[in-house]
Design a protein around this ligand. Structure first.
Ligand code: HEC
Length: 244
């Protein structure tokens, strides 16, 4: 009976995970990002503003806050990153939120879905998920745009990085998914993985900018504690001097 109960309990715990993993899919690869690597974050931001900002906003973030965190000047932001204009026709200011020019209605008409804001995606989906999804597009004639995704089945996002990665096809049998490169892109697999890792790193930063500050703050807290311990030690020595 007890064994039976344990089994029921274990099945109940496993059920939600099993439901999430439904459908043919691939295991997630490790993103191995490093948020303290500013060069990687800068590269990720460059790729994001080149390939993704056309459809996805990150509207909880301001340009100049990103600039400050990533070591980019206001001039760099204006030249390389700000592609939108405000209603008066001037370039959007560096203190503004990072939105997109496309209207949600248009996106829905073109892709059947609005492209979601990506401010919190790294937290909701996880960085391994983003990293693996962006590397798992494959050719599929049954889809409206001829592309499917091994992690996000029937995803309505086109493979915007195809020029870099080239194309993969699904050569798995019996409903299984196995991806194989069928057309070369501009980059080798390793180079493409690196680009995706940088974009994932950038989205992790976007979703949790405070983490960088927390790490920075941690050093000062430790220093303070060390200093305080030293003071306490001096004080103790002072008190006990007359006792001995
Ligand atoms: C042409 C428009 C377009 C571009 C450009 C684009 N996406 Fe998308 N993206 C979409 C659409 C539409 C969806 C919604 C897919 C769905 O729900 O089926 C989406 C979904 C996503 C998701 C999943 C979000 C979620 O939680 O469901 C991620 C992550 C993502 N895109 C990342 C990117 C990145 C990174 C880039 C740049 C390399 C990019 N996208 C470029 C249209 C685009």
């Amino acid at each position: 009976m007890k064994k039976m109960m344990t089994l029921v309990f274990m099945l109940a715990c496993a059920a939600p995970t099993a439901a999430l993993a439904a459908g043919p899919s691939l295991p997630l690869d490790r993103a191995n990002i490093d948020m303290s690597d500013t060069a990687s974050l800068q590269r990720g931001a460059e790729h994001f503003f080149q390939y993704c900002i056309g459809c996805h906003s990150i509207q909880f973030k301001r340009y100049n806050r990103m600039g400050r965190d990533l070591g980019l000047t206001d001039d760099q932001l204006r030249e390389q990153f700000i592609h939108t204009r405000d209603p008066s026709g001037d370039q959007t200011g560096v203190g503004e939120l990072i939105k997109i020019a496309m209207k949600p209605d248009d996106a829905e008409e073109w892709f059947g879905q609005p492209a979601p804001d990506l401010s919190l995606t790294a937290r909701l989906r996880g960085t391994d998920w983003i990293y693996t999804t962006l590397r798992s597009f494959y050719l599929d004639d049954s889809r409206p745009m001829g592309v499917n995704n091994a992690i996000f089945e029937a995803m309505s996002m086109p493979h915007v990085l195809w020029e870099l990665q080239g194309w993969q096809a699904n050569v798995g049998e019996d409903g299984n998914i196995k991806l194989e490169q069928v057309a070369e892109g501009k980059l080798t697999t390793e180079e493409y993985d690196e680009v995706v890792r940088d974009i994932t790193n950038f989205l992790a930063y976007v979703a949790d900018p405070v983490k960088m500050e927390r790490h920075e703050l941690g050093k000062w807290v430790l220093l303070f504690l060390a200093f305080f311990t030293f003071l306490a030690y001096l004080l103790k020595r002072e008190y006990w001097r007359d006792v001995h």
